[in-house]
Design a protein around this ligand. Structure first.
Ligand SMILES: *[C@@H]1O[C@H](CO)[C@@H](O)[C@H](O)[C@H]1NC(C)=O
Ligand SMILES: *[C@@H]1O[C@H](CO)[C@@H](O)[C@H](O)[C@H]1NC(C)=O
Ligand SMILES: *[C@@H]1O[C@H](CO)[C@@H](O)[C@H](O)[C@H]1NC(C)=O
Ligand SMILES: *[C@@H]1O[C@H](CO)[C@@H](O)[C@H](O)[C@H]1NC(C)=O
Ligand SMILES: *[C@@H]1O[C@H](CO)[C@@H](O)[C@H](O)[C@H]1NC(C)=O
Ligand SMILES: *[C@@H]1O[C@H](CO)[C@@H](O)[C@H](O)[C@H]1NC(C)=O
Ligand SMILES: *[C@@H]1O[C@H](CO)[C@@H](O)[C@H](O)[C@H]1NC(C)=O
Ligand SMILES: *[C@@H]1O[C@H](CO)[C@@H](O)[C@H](O)[C@H]1NC(C)=O
Ligand SMILES: *[C@@H]1O[C@H](CO)[C@@H](O)[C@H](O)[C@H]1NC(C)=O
Ligand SMILES: *[C@@H]1O[C@H](CO)[C@@H](O)[C@H](O)[C@H]1NC(C)=O
Ligand SMILES: *[C@@H]1O[C@H](CO)[C@@H](O)[C@H](O)[C@H]1NC(C)=O
Length: 491
């Protein structure tokens, strides 16, 4: 196991001065010396020229890699071959093992150079930086035989798609501290196509695995790379603390890539997701905290989550979702400066009877909707349950949801807040909203069983469930009835 050194050609370390007295002893040797100088210069010039040419042939020329830990390894030090065919699981495992011995000394960095590094799932370790160089692609083996099975997540009690165990994730971590996955826009590619096809054909007996799943861990940073074509959810931090996800590209086909959510913060606290582009086959982001009676028993909320400066796209589900699994509770979430474009839905809260717990103190600010069918949605009958053991009287509490500076164009239904007699939506606030609509029907700001207020100028005209205030905070018109229902799914 060799430490990576900054490579410098040995020719430059040549000590010229020592040779000069001997060589100049006669004209003959001087002539020979000049010959060598000319020849060497020609050789170096030619090499540089060839290198220069290769810039045009291979646009992905290696950028110098930053040293982010006291010790850095090169994946090739462990025998890996980046040909897209050789299976490199053992090399990854050896590298992780080497880094696991360095914890007390500040940890280690594993550089993955340009190339296609095929591998089965492997685990990360604490105090580790996985650095994907420009042109580096970690390719997930797409044969489920190589994917280990793991017990269901305790707060789901169930593999999510099938009862019993589930496949682990391609890149996995449990009980870790201080893990960084970053790079010069290298890629982790789950090769999900095979999985999606098998899922549709019902050939899988277990729930598909996520691309990256970090569980029971803290101080996690994931940045500057691309994640694509996950078999299932793409990036799943589960029961973690202090997670930062920044400057990422997350991609999957918009259709026929089932359940390829971008990021699923699940029972996590103190989390930031920012400066990223996400375009996937399900929710771009879905904040969760466990499912029905299993989530209630596990009792770990998602809270203190900041989501900002994103461009997201989802044709099957929504840009930013909360739920539907939220049985540990979800609170104190801010979503700001987000553009949702060419999508089915923009921001959605989804839950159902049986979930219990709460969704509260959710702030949306400065959202732009560009060609989305439905902008703002709260849905309280998302009746998908792990089994029949849920308590149908466990009604989630939804309150303190605020939307301000909401703009956009090409929106069919700007708002649909569908509460019910059992799950009422309380204390909703709208302030400064103007959304260009594509459909001139009367009731496109739809509400049922919701109370709260609109403040100042709101377009289109808000539903009558809400109190009207002017910019100065004076009540202009009291709600007619918070229980009125104006929901129309046929628009
Ligand atoms: C890793 O090793 C390979 C093969 O020896 C080399 O081509 C590559 O430049 C090295 N990369 C880094 C980042 O050290
Ligand atoms: C990876 O981590 C999981 C969960 O901690 C563990 O069950 C599994 O044995 C680990 N795999 C390897 C190869 O270390
Ligand atoms: C984002 O990541 C890319 C590489 O993926 C890098 O070139 C760029 O500088 C990063 N931007 C910021 C603001 O960190
Ligand atoms: C990173 O790579 C992805 C996928 O190739 C690309 O869409 C994105 O623009 C790149 N990001 C940067 C900062 O170069
Ligand atoms: C699923 O189970 C069936 C019946 O037990 C078995 O024949 C099949 O090989 C299994 N498929 C996979 C992908 O494990
Ligand atoms: C959060 O994690 C980052 C590393 O990702 C670390 O630098 C920072 O100190 C942690 N913050 C807290 C409050 O522990
Ligand atoms: C992302 O890349 C940029 C540019 O190389 C660098 O300045 C920044 O520190 C990186 N960010 C993280 C969080 O690694
Ligand atoms: C809410 O979350 C933010 C981070 O987004 C945090 O700074 C703030 O302290 C949290 N508020 C409460 C009341 O915990
Ligand atoms: C609102 O969000 C957009 C990105 O969607 C950003 O360009 C703009 O600067 C934000 N405005 C404010 C006032 O933060
Ligand atoms: C209602 O929601 C607003 C904004 O979300 C919040 O400031 C206020 O404290 C809430 N009021 C009650 C009574 O919960
Ligand atoms: C709305 O319905 C709830 C229960 O469904 C009831 O407690 C409340 O009094 C009703 N409010 C109005 C204004 O009718």
């Amino acid at each position: 196991m060799v430490e990576t050194l900054t490579s410098s050609p040995s020719i430059w370390r040549f000590n010229h001065r020592r040779w000069i007295p001997n060589l100049s002893s006669s004209y003959k040797t001087l002539f020979a010396f000049l010959w060598i100088v000319v020849f060497t210069s020609l050789f170096i010039w030619q090499r540089n020229f060839v290198d220069g040419l290769s810039i045009f042939r291979r646009p992905l020329l290696v950028r110098p890699l930053p040293r982010l830990r006291p010790v850095a390894f090169n994946l090739t030090d462990f025998g890996a071959v980046g040909d897209g065919v050789t299976v490199n699981t053992l090399a990854f495992e050896k590298a992780v093992f080497a880094i696991s011995k360095l914890g007390k000394k500040g940890g280690g960095q594993l550089n993955v150079p340009a190339g296609k590094w095929l591998t089965a799932p492997f685990n990360l370790t604490s105090y580790m930086t996985l650095f994907l160089a420009e042109g580096a692609v970690i390719l997930g083996l797409d044969d489920e035989k190589f994917w280990p099975l793991m017990p269901p997540l305790p707060s789901y009690g169930y593999g999510r798609e099938h009862p019993g165990p589930r496949y682990g994730s391609l890149i996995h971590g449990e009980n870790l501290k201080d893990v960084v996955i970053t790079g010069n826009n290298g890629t982790i590619d789950g090769q999900g196509q095979t999985w999606w096809k098998k899922y549709r054909q019902k050939l899988l007996n277990h729930t598909r695995g996520p691309l990256v799943q970090i569980m029971y861990s803290s101080d996690i940073l994931i940045s500057n790379i691309t994640l694509r074509d996950s078999p299932f959810w793409t990036l799943h931090p589960y029961d973690c603390k202090n997670v930062t996800i920044r400057n990422m590209t997350i991609l999957a086909p918009l259709f026929e890539a089932p359940n390829t959510d971008g990021i699923d913060p699940d029972s996590c606290e103190d989390m930031v997701i920012e400066d990223s582009y996400i375009s996937v086959g399900d929710d771009a982001i879905a904040i969760k905290s466990g499912w029905d009676q299993y989530g209630v028993a596990y009792g770990r909320p998602s809270k203190n989550i900041l989501i900002r400066n994103l461009v997201v796209r989802s044709m099957v589900s929504a840009g930013i979702s909360i739920g539907s699994e939220m049985s540990g509770g979800i609170s104190n979430v801010t979503v700001e400066n987000v553009l949702v474009w060419n999508s089915r839905r923009a921001v959605r809260i989804k839950t159902a009877a049986g979930r219990g717990a709460y969704i509260r103190d959710i702030t949306y600010r400065n959202l732009t909707f560009e060609n989305v069918r439905v902008g703002i949605i709260i849905k309280t009958d998302y009746n998908e349950h792990p089994d029949s053991g849920f308590d149908p009287k466990a009604f989630p509490v939804i309150r303190g949801i605020s939307y301000s500076s909401i703009h956009g164009e090409g929106v069919r239904v700007p708002v649909r807040i569908h509460g019910s007699a059992d799950i009422r939506v309380r204390n909703v606030t709208f302030r400064d909203m103007s959304v260009g609509i594509t459909y001139k029907k009367k009731h496109i700001f739809q509400c049922a069983y919701v109370n709260g207020r609109v403040i100042g100028s709101i377009f289109p005209k808000p539903c009558e469930n809400l109190d009207l205030y002017d910019e100065q905070g004076r009540l202009v018109k009291k709600s007619v009835s918070e229980n009125a229902s104006d929901i129309d799914y046929d628009i």
